[in-house]
Design a protein around this ligand. Structure first.
Ligand code: F6R
Length: 242
């Protein structure tokens, strides 16, 4: 495990973006595992800037996102498809057909989970998996539980997660209660994992990830077993770590 200490959110975003940038320079047809949420927004902003400056080429890149809300269609402003389109895909030269997220509107969700695993199997292993970290230690929407779930599955979100996610929704708008999420297996099989963490509210979860023990009650703690984990975290997030 390598821990890269960043001063603040901006510095964390720059450092994490430079790792993705390097990955894309090293392998033009990289398969990137991507996350959504507040933490990674700054990273995507920088990648878009680098693209505009002619430094990055997404034309052969393929992407697999971690998760999607059940019940939201891709044009819904809070769907993760929409987030990815607006914050990255529509701003760079990636081919839309090379971008994959689970379909939250699938009629047969079990089938959708199987199909997404098949897509991951065909494209994988993921070269670099970008992750954010939930306050409760979740990665993707692998929420605290009594076991780790290997494959793509539908997950009812914990109250803390629903509360945290509600900040992105309009007042009175219903926050989805479940999501389709990639399981732990493809994350652990990724050639490298880049965990981006910022802010004091993540400090307890980050300490548990970095110091163990490995337990499904803190899903991110499994990353301690990954052979090529890179953690980029700012000082607030690292406040409980020696
Ligand atoms: C989103 C995802 C989640 C987020 C996590 C942190 O695709 O997989 O695990 O990374 O909830 O979210 P933020 O960055 O908004 O605190």
């Amino acid at each position: 495990m390598r821990i890269i200490r960043a001063k603040d959110y901006k510095d964390m975003s720059e450092k994490a973006a430079s790792i993705i940038w390097a990955q894309m320079l090293l392998k033009k047809n990289s398969v990137l595992g991507l996350a959504t949420g507040g933490t990674v927004l700054g990273i995507y902003e920088i990648l878009c800037e680098k693209y505009m400056e002619g430094e990055l080429d997404f034309s052969s890149v393929k992407t697999l996102n971690l998760d999607e809300y059940v019940g939201l269609e891709g044009r819904h402003p809070q769907s993760y498809r929409y987030y990815m389109d607006k914050n990255l895909f529509e701003k760079v030269n990636i081919l839309k057909n090379n971008t994959f997220l689970p379909n939250g509107l699938a009629e047969d969700l079990k089938r959708e989970c199987k199909d997404y695993d098949e897509t991951i199997r065909q494209l994988g292993p993921i070269d670099l998996q970008l992750l954010g970290l939930g306050r409760n230690g979740h990665i993707g929407f692998n929420e605290p539980d009594d076991h780790f779930e290997d494959n793509t599955h539908v997950r009812r979100l914990n109250e803390t997660t629903i509360k945290d996610n509600s900040r992105f929704f309009e007042m009175g708008e219903e926050v989805p209660k479940s999501a389709i999420t990639m399981g732990i297996k493809p994350i652990m099989e990724a050639k490298a994992v880049l965990l981006a963490v910022s802010g004091a509210e993540k400090a307890k979860a980050l300490k548990a990830v970095l110091e163990g023990p490995v337990t499904p009650s803190v899903p991110g703690s499994i990353l301690g077993k990954h052979e090529n984990l890179i953690v980029v975290a700012d000082l607030d997030a690292l406040m409980h770590v020696e």
